[in-house]
Write a protein of this length. Structure first.
Length: 172
């Protein structure tokens, strides 16, 4: 995610593919076994480390993890709420939009966090914040151990491609 390849084909495809690969790698991170305690430190390093598009990808992935995993939702939401207080005072802050989306769709988000995001938006991007649907998605139910989980083939393919891309980054 952090050190993409430098070959000519990759450079020619920039900047469009870079964020897509970072987001795919963050989604692969969300699917690793072992639960939140295994991935927490990596997420925190990406979100609170140097602010760039890897931070935004990690927030988008963590928001999705919080929506889909009841076991990890509380801790993941806590990290997202901490990120609201960590926004930098600059219009190129990459974490704002993923935070707005993630927190706007999660249940149990304090209104103060959404007000902080709105104030940040007014101060750094525009006069009025975008209208966000404040109707959070329902908390996902825990899957029963006997239920089969049918995963769409496109999702499996996307995760596999993201894993391959992430592995390629790591092996270079």
């Amino acid at each position: 995610m952090v050190h993409p390849p430098l070959d000519a084909t990759w450079i020619a495809a920039l900047p469009d593919v870079l964020y897509r690969h970072q987001l795919a790698a963050a989604c692969v991170l969300a699917q690793l076994g072992g639960g939140w305690f295994r991935t927490r430190e990596v997420y925190e390093d990406l979100i609170f480390g140097p602010v760039d598009w890897t931070s935004a990808a990690a927030i988008a992935s963590l928001g999705e993890l919080a929506r889909r995993s009841p076991d990890d939702a509380r801790e993941a939401r806590s990290v997202l709420l901490r990120a609201v207080g960590d926004l930098i005072p600059h219009s190129s802050e990459t974490r704002f939009w993923p935070l707005l989306h993630a927190l706007g769709t999660l249940p149990g988000v304090p209104e103060e966090a959404m007000e902080t995001l709105s104030a940040w938006y007014r101060a750094h991007l525009a006069e009025a914040p975008p209208q966000q649907d404040r109707e959070p998605m329902a908390q996902p139910a825990k899957p029963s151990p006997t239920a089969s989980s049918a995963v769409p083939w496109r999702l499996v393919l996307l995760v596999m491609l993201g894993a391959c891309a992430a592995a390629g980054f790591l092996l270079r």
